[in-house]
Design a protein around this ligand. Structure first.
Ligand SMILES: [Zn+2]
Length: 138
């Protein structure tokens, strides 16, 4: 599976981190960890963001964290117009600086969201077969 199957709109198909999409199809959210210095990255990176080593491996992202901030979009960039309104959130997993930026599930009560609340992250398959991940209250 190529990266063209990731998210609502993908702009490229070939990347060294394309297995990320295969993991999503298996219900797994993975980041990359550097085999040389141990730095972890999410979204996954082809090369280490700390020491620039190309020797990276996959690790399972945590699935539970804290909501750092969120915002509901009424207007969206090109390619996402039909999806509005949607709510984006930033999840802090409280370990090794790992954070995740994603949409909330469409059935989440936005009025009940509060900064600091516990949230979970899960994989998502859209009706058109695109794969991603989303945030839900824990
Ligand atoms: Zn490194």
């Amino acid at each position: 599976m190529g990266f063209e199957s990731f998210g609502r709109k993908s702009f490229m198909a070939a990347t060294k981190v394309a297995p990320f999409v295969d993991f999503l199809a298996e219900g797994k959210i993975k980041g990359t960890v550097c085999k040389d210095c141990g730095a972890k990255s999410f979204p996954p990176r082809a090369d280490c963001v700390s020491c620039f080593s190309p020797n990276v491996d996959w690790f399972d992202m945590p699935t539970k964290g804290t909501l750092t901030t969120f915002s509901t979009l009424q207007y969206a960039p090109f390619g996402f117009e039909a999806d509005t309104p949607y709510t984006l959130g930033l999840v802090d997993f409280g370990q090794e600086g790992l954070k995740l930026f994603a949409r909330f599930a469409t059935d989440v009560d936005v009025d009940a969201l509060k900064i600091g609340m516990s949230v979970s992250v899960r994989t998502l398959a859209y009706d058109d077969g695109q794969l991603s991940f989303e945030i839900i209250p824990a």
